[in-house]
Design a protein around this ligand. Structure first.
Ligand SMILES: Nc1ncnc2c1ncn2[C@@H]1O[C@H](COP(=O)(O)OP(=O)(O)OP(=O)(O)O)[C@@H](O)[C@H]1O
Ligand SMILES: [Mg+2]
Length: 291
């Protein structure tokens, strides 16, 4: 299955949220990475056919998704960034309700709902009301509902928001197992969330795709621009603020090792190191949100 965007553009008044995107997605896990306002949600809503492009189109195996209509929806699972739950529903009732909306048979709905509650680690709470759930539990329920119809295309908008480290690992395992023979796209601004789970990274900035490829490939752009510098811990904070610093770690000798992104060696003792995705992200965003 190939999902292709052709010159895909979405404008809101004078603001262009998505600019002339040309990208082809085949089976695999794609991590959509970008700062606040980069256009991730808009791109995903276009992919879900919830938003209409201002120009350009999206085709699945050569057919426009607008023409495919319901056939396309049946292939799709979606977790919106801001997902509405029904506080008085139990987790199981909620999944049964969404199953009904998606047109699953009653028998299939029950089986699938229980299976997914197990997969996301909520089977013990399946009969608890959603209003008693933590943020992470709600998020896991949201992930489960997106998978009810066994979708071929799974689109998750910030699925790891609110998950603790243990839940992140669980999520990663669920997605890796599910992603065989499917297209999975997940957005985040937490680099470490996608670095290990996504085979391909789509980096967005100001509505454009600035990088698309495997993490090892796209980080090569900043080869020779990442340095490790060791300074006395007392000076570490000042140095970190003076440079574009992606990481610091203390040694047990009263020193701190800084990871700095710079064109030239930032200090005399700087050692060049291999860039990772976090470095590349910082190189482009320096932690800022887009206006
Ligand atoms: N319905 C809308 N009307 C007007 N402007 C919008 C609308 N939706 C999005 N935008 C604008 O489009 C740009 C992209 O927004 P989008 O929500 O796609 O970004 P994002 O990458 O998902 O950000 P975040 O990480 O904060 O979720 C922003 O400048 C936003 O203000
Ligand atoms: Mg968003």
């Amino acid at each position: 299955m190939k999902l292709k965007t052709i010159d895909l553009t979405k404008k809101f008044g004078s603001k262009t949220a998505v600019k002339h995107l040309n990208i082809t997605l085949s089976n695999g896990v794609y991590g959509l990475l970008g700062a606040n306002g980069a256009g991730k949600t808009t791109f995903m809503r276009l992919l879900c056919n919830i938003q209409t492009p201002t120009s350009g189109k999206i085709v699945l195996d050569g057919k426009n998704i607008v023409t495919l209509g319901e056939k396309y929806s049946e292939l799709l699972g979606y977790l919106p960034q801001h997902f509405g739950y029904y506080p008085e529903f139990t987790a199981l009732d909620f999944l049964l309700y969404i199953s009904a909306l998606k047109g699953l048979s009653e028998k299939n709905a029950k089986k699938k709902s229980k299976q997914l509650l197990e997969a996301v680690g909520l089977s013990e709470e399946s009969r608890h009301k959603i209003k008693t759930f933590s943020g992470g539990m709600k998020q896991r329920l949201g992930i489960a509902q997106a998978m009810l119809n066994n979708p071929h295309i799974l689109i998750l908008d910030e699925p790891t928001a609110g998950l603790d480290p243990k839940e992140r690992v669980r999520f990663r395992n669920i997605i890796s197992a599910f992603a065989q023979d499917r297209i999975v796209i997940l957005s985040t601004h937490i680099v470490s969330d996608v670095e290990f789970i996504a085979e391909e990274i789509i980096m967005m900035k100001s509505g454009e795709i600035i990088h698309f490829g495997k993490p090892q490939e796209i980080t090569s752009e900043i080869d020779g621009q990442v340095w490790e510098c060791t300074v006395p811990t007392a000076h570490a904070e000042k140095c970190a603020a003076a440079f574009n610093t992606s990481n610091l770690r203390n040694t047990d000798r009263g020193e701190t090792v800084l990871r700095i992104i710079a064109d030239h060696p930032p200090m005399e003792n700087a050692i060049p190191i291999r860039p990772n995705l976090e470095d590349l992200y910082l190189y482009y965003f320096k932690g800022d949100a887009e206006k």
